[in-house]
Design a protein around this ligand. Structure first.
Ligand code: PA5
Length: 430
């Protein structure tokens, strides 16, 4: 079982925190939001139970690994990239691509349209052994299509026009978009993103599962953690702490002007998880002049960068710490320089101990300074815990959408820029 705890005490007890009465007043709205959510659950709520989705991802991943692939290029952007990147960063070795015994191909992400990044992938990948996974729900995103066309060109050069498609997978909507048409013509294999699951809610579809399985991660455990969370939310409704988080964050923003939500994991492994969450919260809720601004930070690193601002800057933030109880590795700090009081005291402690002491110290200092903060405590960073947390924060975001009275599942604000790009790049009809 995943050991995940949400603690909002310091959003209540700090000076100017949320009062019981405000929570009571919001309770009917929260109950209505969660009841509506459970009566007609969004597509992402069904994912943990949909075993049909993980099977094809696992078997195709096995094929990639068995083929002796040297490189795997995941091409996608936004919700089609941030979840897979978060999983890779959290659960694979930080120097995965350099490990001799990693078991799977090197993994590269072609996300932005920055030519330097794409050219660098082409510099290091052995195209004869490269597989490309093109991930786009809509099947038409300009950035993803451009990256695909460049990688496709390199694959055709290495493998030939007839064989290149054997090294390509399209992860896309089953019916919509250009990839479906290309797949039909060029016999390219596809993995399906369910039509009712949007990009930023899709990490537990083949969008996240396939690349995770290619690198040997346990996708069943990921889904098990998510299923546990979904089951608990269904059972506890408005009493589930992830759901209550929607009320706390909504109230801190709308009733207290704390309109910046900083997610600050105390582990490097979750820095890209925070990036995933930033997109989820921003793109789901930033509508109609509403929504709080999510921001990613990492402890302890940002104690030496951002924490001055959090402690004494404008009173517009909530700091949400992610604390990990059991780190996957630890190192004892050797004893040395006992005669130097500012150095010798560290010897004999461990690095994980220092990290967690600094986490607690920052939380206490913030609280004493009257700075609202919350904590998500994770027993470990593993597939099961992450599956739980992805699901919990997706639920929280969807419920927050109801409290803000915005549609959490669309993104009309990104369309205008797309139209101008299409027109400037000469797409017919624009
Ligand atoms: O969350 C979303 O819906 C977006 O961020 C999309 O994931 C992003 O725009 C990429 O879209 P697509 O997967 O259609 O290429």
């Amino acid at each position: 079982m995943a050991n995940v705890a949400f603690d909002y005490t310091n959003l209540v007890e700090v000076e100017g925190g949320i009062g019981d009465e405000e929570l009571r007043d919001l309770r009917p709205n929260l109950e209505e939001a969660v009841n509506t959510f459970l009566e007609n659950p969004p597509g992402f709520m069904r994912l943990p139970e949909t075993t049909g989705l993980s099977g094809p991802s696992k078997s195709l991943a096995e094929e990639v690994r068995a083929s002796g692939a040297t490189d795997f290029v995941h091409i996608g952007i936004g919700g089609s990239a941030l979840g897979p990147i978060a999983l890779h960063r959290a659960l694979n070795h930080p120097y995965y691509n350099l490990l001799a015994d990693r078991g799977g191909p090197r993994l590269h992400f072609a996300e932005n349209t920055d030519p330097a990044t794409l050219a660098a992938i082409l510099d290091v990948a052995d195209m004869a052994g490269t597989w490309a996974n093109v991930v786009t729900k809509s099947g038409s995103t300009a950035e993803t299509m451009a990256n695909f066309l460049v990688i496709r060109g390199a694959l055709v050069d290495a493998l030939g026009e007839d064989a290149y498609g054997e090294h390509v997978v399209f992860t896309t909507d089953p019916e919509e978009g250009y990839l479906v048409q290309i797949a039909g013509k060029e016999s390219i294999r596809t993995l399906q993103i369910p039509p009712d699951v949007g990009g930023r809610f899709s990490v537990l579809t083949p969008v996240g599962l396939f690349p995770a399985a290619v690198t040997g991660l346990d996708v069943d455990a990921l889904l098990r953690g998510a299923a546990e969370c979904a089951g608990e939310v269904t059972e506890r409704g408005a009493d589930h702490p992830a759901v209550q988080g929607a009320a706390f964050h909504y109230l801190m923003d709308t009733a207290r002007g704390r309109n910046v939500r900083v997610m600050m994991p105390y582990t490097d492994s979750l820095d890209r998880f925070a990036s995933w969450f930033v997109q989820l919260w921003a793109e789901s809720l930033g509508k109609e002049g509403k929504g709080s601004t999510p921001h990613g930070a990492v402890g302890t690193t940002d104690q030496h960068s951002q924490v001055q601002l959090y402690m004494q800057g404008p009173q517009d933030k909530i700091i949400e710490i992610i604390e990990v109880e059991e780190h996957p590795r630890d190192l004892t700090i050797p004893k040395a320089y006992d005669d130097l009081e500012g150095v010798g005291y560290l010897g004999g402690h461990t690095m994980a101990e220092l990290l967690n002491v600094e986490c607690d110290a920052t939380r206490r200092a913030l609280t004493e300074a009257g700075r609202p903060n919350a904590t998500i405590k994770l027993g470990r960073v593993d597939e099961e815990h992450l599956g739980y947390l992805f699901q919990a924060l997706e639920v929280q975001t969807a419920i927050a959408g109801s409290l803000y009275e915005v549609n959490a599942f669309d993104q009309p604000g990104v369309e205008a820029g797309k139209q101008i790009t299409y027109s400037r790049m000469g797409r017919p009809g624009y």
